[in-house]
Every structure is written in structure tokens, then in C-alpha cells.
Design a protein around this ligand. Structure first.
Ligand SMILES: Nc1ncnc2c1ncn2[C@@H]1O[C@H](COP(=O)(O)OP(=O)(O)OP(=O)(O)O)[C@@H](O)[C@H]1O
Length: 371
């Protein structure tokens, strides 16, 4: 097990980086704790693989330190870092048997053969590979080969962390779920720090206790799946997590809150004061489609919208509405009445979030310096 601390870390692929856009990893400080099961989630190109390769030692960061249990490993080569990396495509020797593939990292370290035998059998058992141990690896299916790749990562008992870089890309959709479950069990059994890179939110939330959401070379939020859903720290997290993502509306300040077009939304006085102090005019309000309240009819507290479209997804429906020219998505249960032509909605206060320069502002939070 190891705690991995990325301290003031930044990385640029360009020789003379001089502006933030030159950095694939913008300066960050982040800790993966001992024995945690984590996901690193983000869209293509946000820097996930770069970050993983810096941790495993395949890449040397431009700035900052990588610390394992408090000790800097920047100058330690990958093979001496006791970190295993599992890639998108299985890395195995086709000419060897499954047993010899699993035994390879141990024999490479001159581990006594008795120990090799017992450890390979233990790992094969955990990954349900025992029946295949004598088979040649070349004849196996993609998921069996990927299980061998994972097994090669797990087999060394000195491995302190395993980094998975989209390991289920080549796996059949039906088998993905099974392998994810297996990885979770293995995490519980071997108590190893695991960081699992994916761009799939479902994959991230079924595997990980905590998810780091990456965007534009930064970790914009590190939290449980529930925290990411209920209180996205950054508008990107709101948009990226959830199906469909959060409704985000560009607004301006108004007397008691914010407005867009002729629509005024009242906010708590503390929030109005906080917004007044902020120099930026880049203000958005965000609300999840699940949290918009749909009334049965006109109501003094409700906004009247045009109903544009209803998408029936079996157990729930998505209403596409237009309010003052802005499109909103609302999720309703299958047994809820569908409005006709006009819909009356409101935004429950606790679920209406305010973003300035894309980051959440919270009038009650200590993070804002208001204690
Ligand atoms: N070897 C390289 N040389 C130059 N730029 C690179 C190199 N590798 C990655 N980049 C750039 O760094 C940024 C981050 O890339 P990275 O591969 O880490 O993202 P990612 O989130 O893993 O994407 P994906 O999910 O598509 O693999 C991208 O802009 C990419 O184009």
C-alpha cells in the first residue's frame, strides 16, 4: 500500500512553456490515500494518461514532486517504484502459458519457485483464471487476456498501487460489469491503492469510493459519486456527471438575485451579497434535471415554460422545456403527469447552485472565507 502525493505538480510537453495552455497538467496538489479505490474521470485529452504516467514513472513531470509515503520518487525509474500499470490493451506474452505469464514478474525478481507457485495460484483463483493456467495465452478471449494483464500487476506482493488506464475498453459490454465487480473484490481482498482512469461516469462510480474529475489539466473536484452529483464544484462536473447533465443558465445580477431575459430568480440575501462582491460577470446558475419541480398548473411561485419535447425512457421521462428562450431539461417519474403545451416549474432553493467563473460559490462555506 502507498499514499501517493502529487505535490505542486505540473507537466508540459512543450520545451518552453510560458502560458497555462502550454500545460497538459496545470499545477495541482493531490493525495491518493493508502488503500483507496479511486477513479480519475474526464473527457479525452484532459490529461488523465499524462497524470498516470507521471505516477508510474513513465513520464518525468516538468514541475513538482511525486511522493510515495512521503518519499520523493521523481528520480526512481518505473521498475523500481512498485507500481503496476494496466493499459487499454492487454500486455501479455502470447507464446507463454497463462501460468508463465502470471509468474513472469516474480521470476524476473528471482523469487523462489515455491513462492511463485503459491502466489500465481492465489492470484489466478481471485481472477477466476485457475482453469486456464496451462493454456497458451494466444488462444484466449480479450477479457481473459486483460485479466492476465491485471494478474501480472497484482502478482507481486510488494506492489503498492495499481494504475488502470481504461482497462475495459476492449472488453464486451456484458463482461465489463463482471470485471469491474472482480476488481472491486480484489481491492477489498488485497487492500491495494487503485487508481482507475476512465471517461465513463458509470464505470467510475461503480468502481470507486471517490472520483477525481479532471478537466483541462486540472482536478476540478475530488469527491464521492453523491457529492459530484449533488454539489458539483465546477460547472464542468455538473455538465459531465448525470444523464442528462445539469442545466446551466447564464445570468446577470438583479436586485434580489439573478435574471435572464425577463425571468428573475430570487436568491438568499447572503448569496446576493456574496455575488455583489465578486468582480466577474461570468455567472451561471445550475440545477439538475432531477431537482426541477414541475407543478400541476399555474402557480405564483412557478415559471411558465413551453413544452418542446418529451423523451420516454421507460422508467422516467425527460421533458425539454423552453423558458425565456433558454432550453431546460427536466426529469420526471414514469407515473408523473406530463404537462400539455405549457409547463409550470420552480427551482427548489437547496438545489439551485451558483457558479462564478465556472466554480461553485457557496455563501455558507468556509472555503469562501466567511466563517
Ligand atoms: N507525447 C505527447 N506529446 C505532446 N502532447 C501530448 C503527448 N501526449 C499527450 N499530449 C497532449 O496532452 C494533453 C493530455 O493528453 P492525455 O493523453 O494525458 O489525455 P487523456 O485525458 O488521457 O486523453 P484520452 O482519454 O484521449 O487518452 C492533450 O492535449 C494531448 O494532446
Amino acid at each position: 500500500m502507498a499514499e501517493i502525493h502529487l505535490k505542486s505538480l505540473a507537466h508540459s510537453y512543450s520545451k518552453n512553456p510560458n502560458k497555462p495552455a502550454d500545460y497538459a497538467i496545470r499545477e495541482m496538489d493531490h493525495v491518493w490515500e493508502h488503500g483507496g479505490a479511486y477513479a480519475l474521470l474526464g473527457p479525452s485529452g484532459c490529461g488523465k494518461s499524462t497524470l498516470l504516467n507521471i505516477m508510474s514513472g513513465l513520464l518525468s513531470p516538468t514541475n513538482g514532486q511525486v511522493l510515495f509515503d512521503g518519499i520523493e520518487v521523481n528520480n526512481i525509474p518505473p521498475e523500481d517504484r512498485n507500481i503496476a500499470q494496466v493499459f487499454q490493451f492487454p500486455v501479455i506474452y502470447d507464446s507463454m502459458t497463462v501460468f508463465d505469464n502470471l509468474a513472469f514478474p516474480l521470476r524476473n525478481m528471482k523469487t523462489p519457485e515455491v513462492k511463485v507457485q503459491s502466489r500465481v495460484h492465489e492470484i489466478a483463483e481471485a481472477l477466476e483464471l485457475t482453469a486456464l493456467l496451462k493454456k497458451n495465452a494466444s488462444n484466449l478471449s480479450a477479457d481473459e487476456k486483460q485479466k492476465i494483464s491485471m494478474g501480472r500487476g497484482l502478482v507481486r506482493s510488494d506492489v503498492s498501487a495499481i494504475l488502470f488506464d481504461e482497462p475495459l475498453t476492449v472488453i464486451d459490454p456484458q463482461l465489463k460489469w463482471k470485471l469491474r465487480r472482480k476488481l472491486k473484490q480484489i481491492h477489498e481482498q488485497f487492500n491495494i491503492t487503485m487508481v482507475y482512469v476512465t471517461h465513463d461516469q458509470l464505470e467510475a462510480s461503480t468502481f470507486a469510493e471517490k472520483i477525481a474529475v479532471m478537466y483541462g489539466g486540472q482536478i476540478v473536484q475530488f469527491g464521492t459519486p453523491r457529492e459530484l452529483f449533488e454539489r458539483p464544484n465546477h460547472s464542468f462536473v455538473g455538465y459531465f456527471i448525470g444523464s442528462p447533465g445539469m442545466n446551466l443558465i447564464e445570468v446577470q445580477r438583479s436586485t434580489n438575485g439573478v435574471k435572464f431575459g425577463n425571468t428573475h430568480i430570487n436568491l438568499e440575501p447572503e448569496m446576493v451579497d456574496l455575488l455583489a462582491e465578486m468582480p466577474s460577470d461570468n455567472i451561471k446558475v445550475g440545477i439538475r434535471p432531477e431537482f426541477i419541480h414541475v407543478w400541476d398548473g399555474p402557480n405564483t411561485d412557478a415559471f411558465c415554460c413551453d413544452l418542446m419535447h418529451v423523451e420516454d425512457l421507460g422508467t422516467y421521462k425527460i421533458l425539454k422545456l423552453k423558458l425565456d428562450g433558454i432550453e431546460l431539461k427536466v426529469r420526471i417519474d414514469e407515473d408523473q403527469t406530463i404537462p400539455k403545451n405549457k409547463a409550470y416549474i420552480s427551482f427548489p432553493e437547496q438545489w439551485l447552485l451558483v457558479y462564478v467563473d465556472e466554480f461553485l460559490i457557496d455563501a455558507s462555506s468556509e472555503q469562501q472565507g466567511i466563517e
